[in-house]
Design a protein around this ligand. Structure first.
Ligand SMILES: C[S@@+](CC[C@H](N)C(=O)[O-])C[C@H]1O[C@@H](n2cnc3c(N)ncnc32)[C@H](O)[C@@H]1O
Length: 216
């Protein structure tokens, strides 16, 4: 199936409400946590496209002595995030990426979860990692992979999000069509001059996630 991009910034109140409620129950982003294994702490960490920060309990548990700057272009998402994060540890910033005003060469880790597929053009994700990460910084990206066809998308939505609000089901369907393939992501990394390891994992029949882990 060809890629069909979805609405980039999540500004629709019903979508934001549904997304926030569902991620608070333990969303897909928790898969990313299994890849985060700090060899040290006391880090300066950036999260791009942080959304409602539904996975921050786990994140702050892993990096107990680190501070986070978490970027999103949606004011509504950041309002939700404000309700759950500790402001001493997490600074929330409204920013539409790409954003030349973000601090250069600053972060020890740059991560993003379910952000890449949201972009009409994925290059700003990789360019931002290069812009704001220090030399030697680790980067982590986590996302879903595109699904073969519309019927397969609905089978996944009906299986995994059965009983969720219809707006969430539609958003999930749109995501499965807007996501990239492994080959496309490999090409994006090549184009960006980034070296990373890629791992995939099937989490439901015909539905897989991808983990991209690299060093700048
Ligand atoms: C699907 S949500 C993922 C949220 C969170 N990272 C998670 O895993 O639950 C994608 C987020 O990216 C944000 N976003 C999309 N395009 C963006 C851009 N160009 N700059 C900043 N944020 C963006 C959306 O507003 C949304 O909050």
């Amino acid at each position: 199936m060809s890629r069909i991009p979805e609405t980039e910034v999540m500004n629709d109140p019903a979508s934001v409400d549904a997304y926030t409620e569902i991620t608070a129950l333990g969303g897909l982003a928790n898969f990313l946590m299994s890849k985060l294994n700090p060899s040290n702490d006391n880090l300066n960490i950036a999260d791009i496209g942080c959304g409602p920060c539904g996975y921050y309990n786990e994140l702050l548990n892993i990096y107990q002595n680190s501070v986070f700057t978490s970027y999103d272009a949606s004011a509504l998402m950041l309002e939700k995030a404000k309700l759950v994060v500790n402001p001493e540890k997490v600074t929330l910033v409204n920013s539409f990426i790409p954003d030349a005003s973000l601090p250069a060469n600053t972060y020890d880790i740059v991560l993003n979860s379910l952000f890449l597929h949201q972009l009409p053009n994925p290059a700003p994700c990789w360019d931002t990692i290069k812009q704001i990460g220090k030399k030697g910084a680790k980067f982590y990206a986590f996302d879903l992979l595109r699904v073969e066809d519309s019927d397969a998308c609905w089978a996944i939505v009906n299986g995994m999000a059965c009983g969720s609000p219809s707006v969430f089901q539609q958003d999930f369907y749109n995501t499965l069509r807007a996501s990239f393939t492994v080959e496309e992501i490999e090409q994006q990394l090549l184009d960006a001059g980034l070296v990373a390891t890629i791992e995939t994992q099937e989490i439901y029949p015909n539905c897989s996630v991808i983990y991209i882990v690299g060093t700048l």
